[in-house]
Design a protein around this ligand. Structure first.
Ligand SMILES: [Zn+2]
Length: 444
């Protein structure tokens, strides 16, 4: 069993007096034009990104680093705990059973029977990675302001700035951190870039950089941000990242990797070895912005080619995993094995990273590394398709020369597993044709 560290509400001094606003707007105290006037929320403006290069660990001395580190963590967890006490979540995630599945990889299984029953329904097609924003569907401007924790800004200064009670400026759309009302772990939050601009779920350079910024600022390797594209189990078409603390390495992070190329800006791109989902790892670079921009270029390429994908931002923003996947496509084509389908588990970023959120007690009780592997392998591109996709990516980032592949070196510690990705003669994850909705629509 994993224990969960609970923290007291340490920032309650900063809480807003919400009673004053109750009589105005639509009555739900939302983020729409009806209610935004006069709304206030703490603002956390982080330090300017450091020039942190490959493999360099924290450059600032421990003493200098500590106060802001503890502060962002306290802010996230303290505000989250406050919303928990106020009963804003759909279920109590702290009551969900969790265990580490025995085996080499250390997959984590959680039994979460409430999540899928009470989830906001998905109402858009899953065969298109890019879809325009639809204000009539659920989006984050419709949440109650009580679900927001604070505004988050990438700072221009060397210092963290915090304003306990800052007006929400509708003219200058703020990026906000909100609770995920269907959490899968303690402290599960959403980062919503420029929430009032109503951006669709689509990676752009500025937004990914903001997410990397948050990972760097949190300065805790157990705090990761994740992203699901449409078609890779995003359930809301309004740009957002997820994040939570899990005090152990994800199996994905421990996987062996082999270097493929290094970009001109020094970003090293590797492929994971012996992991059920074929994935790329980006790390290093002359600056964190180089790293972030390279990953953004790759994501834009995937988006333009209609290839669904997930992203995990790890190691305080120094490592970014990119996982193209084809589960929804296979599901729509009836090609996922029935045993896997019956679990109703959607392999989104957390599952692919190795945190299996299981919906049925029997799957939790019978959880094994083999079962986790089999489920995740269904999401992976075939070897052949993965190569094609890599070629597209390398071309997009100006590195189509793959000569270096031959001199790839193994990094990371863990010993390789005996189990190897099963050979597949199917080529899933090919360009998705524009079928009719009735052919391709899958309700998640
Ligand atoms: Zn309203």
């Amino acid at each position: 069993m994993l224990s969960i560290k609970r923290v007291p509400t340490v920032v309650s001094n900063y809480q807003k007096d919400e009673a004053a606003d109750e009589s105005v707007g639509c009555g739900r105290n939302c983020l729409g034009a009806c209610c935004i006037n006069g709304a206030r929320l703490p603002l956390y403006a982080c330090k300017k990104l450091e020039k942190s290069g490959a493999g360099e660990k924290l450059v600032i001395s421990h003493e200098a680093r500590e106060p802001p580190v503890a502060f962002l963590e306290s802010l996230v967890l303290g505000e989250w705990e406050d919303r928990f006490q106020r009963g804003l979540f759909r279920y109590d995630v702290t009551a969900c059973e969790t265990k580490v599945i025995p085996g080499k990889y250390g997959f984590v299984a959680q039994l979460n029977e409430g999540r899928h029953l009470k989830k906001r329904p998905t109402e858009f097609r899953v065969d298109k990675v890019l879809q325009s924003f639809d204000g009539n569907k659920f989006n984050f401007t419709k949440v109650g302001q009580e679900e927001l924790l604070f505004q988050f800004e990438a700072g221009e200064d060397g210092e963290v700035q915090f304003f306990p009670c800052m007006p929400l400026d509708a003219e200058n759309s703020p990026s906000v951190v909100a609770i995920n009302v269907s959490p899968i772990e303690y402290g599960h939050v959403l980062l919503i870039p420029r929430v009032l601009d109503c951006l669709p779920q689509r990676i752009d350079h500025k937004s990914l950089l903001l997410a990397v910024h948050m990972a760097a600022e949190a300065a805790n390797p157990y705090f990761r941000l994740g992203y699901n594209s449409l078609g890779a189990f995003a359930t809301i078409n309004h740009l957002h990242f997820q994040a939570y603390y899990l005090a152990m390495p994800f199996p994905l992070e421990k996987a062996l990797s082999k270097k493929m190329i290094t970009t001109v800006s020094g970003v090293k791109i590797s492929e994971l070895l012996n992991y059920p989902v074929r994935s790329l790892l980006f790390e290093g670079g002359n600056s964190m912005q180089d790293l972030s921009d390279t990953v953004s270029d790759a994501c834009v390429c995937l988006q333009n080619n209609n290839i669904p994908f997930n992203i995990l931002i790890s190691d305080c923003g120094r490592q970014i995993f990119l996982m193209p996947q084809c589960y929804a496509e296979k599901q729509a084509l009836g090609e996922v094995s029935p045993e896997v389908l019956e679990t109703q588990v959607n392999p989104a970023v957390w599952e692919i990273s190795g945190h299996m959120v299981l919906k049925r007690k029997e799957d939790y009780e019978g959880a094994s590394e083999e079962n986790a592997w089999r489920l995740l392998a269904e999401a992976s591109l075939s070897e052949e398709r993965f190569k094609e996709v890599n070629d597209l990516i390398f071309e997009a980032i100006g590195c189509s020369n793959q000569e270096e592949e031959l001199e790839g070196t193994i990094v990371h510690q863990q010993s390789p597993s005996g189990s190897v990705n099963q050979k597949s003669n199917r080529t899933h994850g090919g360009p998705i044709t524009n079928g009719t909705a009735s052919e391709c629509l899958v309700l998640q």
